[in-house]
Write a protein of this length. Structure first.
Length: 431
């Protein structure tokens, strides 16, 4: 498929894009607003640097990078785009004082050529930073035509994604070879990019920004205080983080087995998407388990068996209040989510078999002894009960996770150096 055919098909599918937004807006009210931004119909100012991240996880990883760039280039202006409302909320929170001054924020338009051209025509960035794997053919094509230098930062490329790119080489190869620099997370992923036609001179292995977590001590203190308030200091507490439909039942069945051994144990279940909060609550009550909802400030008592983490931006703190974590999106064919947040909080971690989006990070934690792969409710419950019964093994696994995170820090400095070199090249070209 060529980019021209891709664009034609995309226009044919445009009614489905509108239907998608309408469907998402039914479940999540945040999708009802700011449609103009998603189609490039909004008034924007020119910016020196454009940064795009998809959702909350990528945005949180990008924020320290952006803040360091802003400090290094105090006269430069920035446009930050996201795709999801959760990512947008993180941008608004992190840059509240600069919004409307040095920073402007909007959703990234859909990859229709007319929308992308209008968007880039207004922003006219000298440097365009794309986080992780959010690559769109028209976005990259017109970004290159606008004379911006394009950097793929914190880049990751799973074997599955590489295979998809290879199958659509007429579409993917021009896009990948247009990139000026790629700050890739691992050597294996660099080799995958190279096999797809990327010049190895453009590839720099920097590690993952997500290892450079800056956890405020207040998070630990809040977590400790919460657990004391819950009266759960001396009983097992575990988190099912970023879980999806199809995993709710598995988590609840595993917790029922934990409750058989530890009647006062607490499961904190945090669905990945806000539109699934009520679904998770219904599933819990159908199991006959005592439920409290975080969003409603319902008290957690000795009798509470499940706390629904139905708020945004609190998951890291909730990990800190627990003894163990399961990472969702891995018992369904989703690819999984990042296990580093609970690992950085000193929690042993379990994932399901479908963790390909974070296979390298998962392998590091597994090899160190801080992570286990489970197949379902029974094997998860078995792992939980093992860790809750053996304090020494739990402590060894927790320390293994902390060590992996500590040993792999440094990506931020390396990626900043690469990005600054590209920004300097764009300034030289302009002058």
């Amino acid at each position: 498929m060529t980019r021209g055919l891709y664009s034609f098909i995309l226009y044919l599918l445009s009614p489905l894009v509108v239907m998608y937004l309408a469907f998402r807006s039914i479940k999540s009210p945040d999708y009802r607003y700011r449609w103009g931004e998603r189609f490039g119909v909004t008034r924007l100012s020119q910016s020196d640097v454009l940064i795009h991240s998809v959702s909350m996880g990528e945005t949180l990883a990008a924020i320290p990078l952006i803040k360091n760039l802003m400090a290094a280039y105090p006269d430069s202006t920035f446009t930050i785009t996201t795709t999801s409302p959760t990512g947008s909320a993180e941008v608004a929170k992190a840059f509240s004082e600069q919004l409307g001054k040095r920073v402007q924020h909007c959703y990234l338009p859909f990859d229709f050529s007319v929308c992308v051209k209008r968007f880039l025509g207004q922003v006219q960035p000298k440097l365009f930073i794309i986080m992780e794997t959010e690559l769109w053919p028209n976005l990259v094509h017109y970004g290159k035509l606008s004379k911006a230098r394009i950097v793929l930062a914190n880049a990751r490329l799973s074997a599955k994604s590489a295979a998809k790119y290879e199958k659509q080489s007429k579409l993917s190869t021009p896009m990948l070879t247009s990139l000026d620099a790629i700050a890739v997370q691992t050597k294996l992923e660099a080799e995958r990019f190279e096999s797809l036609g990327v010049n190895p001179e453009k590839l720099v292995v920097c590690g993952s920004l997500k290892f450079d977590l800056q956890i405020d001590e207040s998070k630990h203190q809040q977590a400790k205080t919460l657990r004391q308030q819950w009266q759960k200091v001396d009983v097992p507490v575990w988190v099912a983080g970023s879980v999806h439909p199809g995993e709710f039942e598995i988590m609840l069945k595993a917790h029922e087995q934990v409750l058989a051994e530890y009647p006062q144990a607490l499961l904190i279940m945090a669905p990945r998407h806000p539109e699934q909060f009520n679904v998770a609550a219904v599933a819990t009550t159908q199991h006959g388990l005592s439920l409290s909802r975080r969003s409603m400030n319902e008290a957690v008592t000795e009798q509470t068996q499940v706390l629904l983490g139905d708020t945004m931006g609190e998951l890291l703190m909730l990990y800190g209040a627990a003894d163990y974590a399961f990472i969702g999106g891995t018992l369904i064919e989703n690819g999984g989510h990042n296990p580093l947040e609970p690992a950085a909080m000193g929690l042993p971690v379990s994932v399901g078999p479908h963790h390909w989006d974070f296979s390298e990070i998962t392998a590091l934690l597994d090899q160190a002894g801080g992570l286990s792969v489970v197949e379902g409710a029974d094997s998860l419950a078995k792992q939980l009960l093992l860790m809750f019964a053996d304090k020494q093994q739990h402590q060894l696994a927790a320390q293994a996770c902390l060590t992996v995170v500590s040993q792999n820090k440094g990506a931020l400095a390396q990626q900043l150096q690469l990005i600054e070199s590209q920004l300097q090249l764009s300034n030289c070209k302009e002058s």
